[in-house]
Design a protein around this ligand. Sequence first.
Ligand code: NAD
Length: 474
Amino acid sequence: MKTLQNLIGGSWEDSLGDALLDIVNPATEDVIAHIPGGSPEDVGRAVAAAERAQPAWAALPVAERVARISAWADTVAGHAEELAELECREMGKPVGVGRTFIEGAVGGLKASAAQALSYSFEETVDHPDGSSTRLLRHPLGAAAVITPWNFPVTMVLGALGPLLAAGNTVVVKPSERSPLSAVRLFELLDLPPGVVNLVLGDARAGAPLAEHERIQLVHFTGSVEAGRQVGARTGDMLRRAVLELGGKDPVVIDSGVDPVSTAAAVAFGAFINTGQICTSMERVYVHQDVADEFVAALVEEAEAYAFGDGHDEGVMMGPLVDERQRGIVRRHVADAVERGATIRAGGAEPDGKGFFYPATVLTGVDESMLVMSEETFGPLAPVVVVSSFEEGLERASRSRFGLGATVYTDDPAHMAAAARIPAGVVWINQWQGGGPERLYEPAGDSGLGATGSTAAYDAATRPASVHLAARSAS
Ligand code: NAD
């Protein structure tokens, strides 16, 4: 069976480490490939290649870097179906769902790279005394991008635009659970050798990469636990980190909204990608005026949410990525039921192969339960009935996480109040979206470092000022 290789300085190479990991199709439980476990030697070679390539890449005009990135994005777009098929095999996402997200990510890559054309990499300020200051934004050098498995292609593309367009080179370490699509993504790469390098493996590659002394920025997307370790190491090294971590996003549903269409939107937000999205709706607060109709409609939605192998026609939800992830979902449901919650839909695992779990609706939950306090990352919609919009907002804000939040309301005063939820992004009457202008920093344990829009360029560059004294009159 095939063992995947690393991409170092433009060449595909075997790992220098001995350990091998199985890649398992979560729908069939078949081993479909092997990857290296990762080694510091691989990381060292990749970082050296990135450093070697960086000066020439940074010396290209910005417009040329943007054009090269955009051309690669177009190539990726032409392979969206193939990449989605690989994602389906390695982590279970239905092919149609994957293709839609990959197409969106390609657009995002192009848009975020194109922001370099208007970003101020250099400007001169003239002072009244005749002196002047040049304000420069230098690229950092070699950066690391470490990604999770839930959107294997999207997460990589989402990080690369500003880093590369600003003149940095990159070492990417994709998740050990979903490397097939990342490898294919870089087989399609048409950038100078060493501008993007790929090292495979688990924390045995991730940790040495995050703490490599020549890595100037770590863009890490993943769990709070691993993010803490990365942040501790980069802090110790006095290097930058952008940490995009886990969440427990709330959705607040006001009286006066249409309960049936809102239930359909919440089902999508809670169950798409089998609930394995950092901004999945994981806590539902519904106003008592619409609660009965809303819950009935949500149960109907959940029961109609077809799960199965993501290659099959009509499947809306694939398996969870692995048995460990399914175990978390099982544990959260059992804990909730033990503490008095009621399963209104789903909750029973099917027999047979594959790490499947049905779309599940729970009522009678409260914040003492794991399902309301810890990230589940599974297809669960736990519903709390609240007596006012204010109560919903207040309880939505009570979490150690602060990634995103969604509010459904027709009341302009409540729309304004929604901004009080401590989260990086608040969506009103929609879920997801905002385009490349979306600027945010996660609140609480959900991450560190502003990103998106100009903040992504601020993070990818180091500001420096060059001050020129006034000429003395002769
Ligand atoms: P994870 O933290 O286990 O792994 C993420 C990546 O980090 C993997 O590539 C892994 O190999 C690597 N890694 C693990 N330990 C490391 C260490 N000590 N040093 C360096 N690298 C290390 O997360 P996961 O299970 O792959 O992904 C799911 C998590 O990611 C969820 O918590 C989810 O909410 C989060 N996530 C966040 C966002 C966001 O934008 N905030 C987006 C997607 C996923």
